[in-house]
Design a protein around this ligand. Structure first.
Ligand code: ZN
Length: 330
């Protein structure tokens, strides 16, 4: 696959040392925390959970620039995290998809059994290092991007609070209600973030294709909306931070419920034809792929193809299939 790289990768090395909000706290590399004198929630923006998804690094770099220039939270705590910098450092424009991870997907490790287990990898070491930090975060915005060109999508998880957070940002237009991947739990679903009865929440936003020109802009606007929603920073300060950014409209959002997850079972998996992100296949039973002897068909009419993976491997998600939820009066 030949995809143009239209964005500049920020040099983030200056953010390595990390920052703690109070003396005596343990500094973690690539984790920056600022505290307000007034109590409030601890909100966090994560970048580079996937190493080649530069949009988060662009947003985090810009936000840290502002924080280091004097911006401060007005209540609670604000943290900025670069998650998998080892992978980001390996980015090679000649093999741009290779630096999603070093050893394994950082975003499939977030259940107790895996984190407490015996397996070892660069990503697991980093996840174990960050786990106590994330245990102290109340609300998380996790910035991602997609392999295939597609409109941005918010991944709300399968709880009402996740959907409410996606709606509170009023962007992007599409919200996915889903419960993740068979291959492992995502950070956005980790512990209380994914527990319906807990108030701590998380939202993952896929800001567009990994390297399309607008992807950093979407990530920065989403960050500003997130901070605004939790009243973490002064409104006027956030307005200043957003000056010069291309506007992202507050849209009437459409909710897509995931009805099926196609997980690759055989090495011979192949698509019938390439799928576009968010394309809708009208007819139920349309064959979309062959997985060994199995003909993979759309399970219902008007099936939305969510984040199809062009060359999925065994055990990975090939595509998720959804249905647009009927509009209800909000
Ligand atoms: Zn990602």
């Amino acid at each position: 696959m030949n995809v143009p790289i239209e964005v500049k990768f920020p040099d983030i090395e200056r953010w390595k040392r990390g920052r703690v909000a109070a003396p005596g706290e343990r500094a973690l590399p690539w984790v920056w925390t600022y505290a307000a004198p007034i109590a409030g929630p601890h909100v966090c923006v994560t970048a580079l959970v996937h190493g080649n998804e530069v949009c988060g690094a662009i947003a985090a770099d810009a936000l840290l620039d502002a924080l280091e220039s004097g911006l401060r939270p007005q209540r609670g705590r604000l943290s900025v995290v670069f998650a998998n910098v080892e992978a980001y450092r390996r980015f090679d424009a000649a093999r741009p998809f290779a630096s999603r991870a070093v050893d394994e997907d950082f975003n499939r490790l977030w259940d107790g059994a895996t984190l407490d287990g015996a397996r070892d990898s660069i990503e697991l070491r980093r996840a174990r290092e960050l786990r106590p930090f994330f245990d102290g975060v109340d609300h998380l915005l996790d910035l991602h991007s997609m392999q295939e060109p597609a409109p941005p999508i918010a991944l709300a998880g399968d709880t009402e609070k996740g959907l409410a957070l996606a709606r509170a940002l009023a962007m992007p237009e599409h919200i996915l209600v889903d419960s993740g991947h068979k291959a492992g739990k995502r950070l956005r679903d980790y512990a209380d973030f994914g527990a319906a009865e807990r108030s701590r929440s998380a939202l993952l936003i896929e800001c567009g294709q990994h390297w399309e020109a607008n992807v950093g802009n979407v990530a920065r606007q989403a960050t500003l909306r997130f901070l605004e929603h939790f009243e973490v920073c002064d409104h006027a300060a956030l307005q200043r931070l957003g000056r010069g950014l291309a506007p992202v409209p507050r849209s009437t959002q459409r909710v897509i419920d995931i009805t099926a997850v196609v997980t690759v079972r055989s090495a011979g998996f192949r698509w019938r034809r390439p799928l576009r992100g968010l394309e809708v296949i009208a007819e139920a039973g349309t064959s979309i792929a062959l997985d060994g002897d199995t003909d993979v068909r759309t399970p219902h009419a008007d099936a939305v193809m969510v984040m199809p993976s062009p060359e999925p491997k065994v055990g990975q998600t090939a595509v998720r299939i959804g249905r647009v939820r009927a509009m209800t009066a909000a």
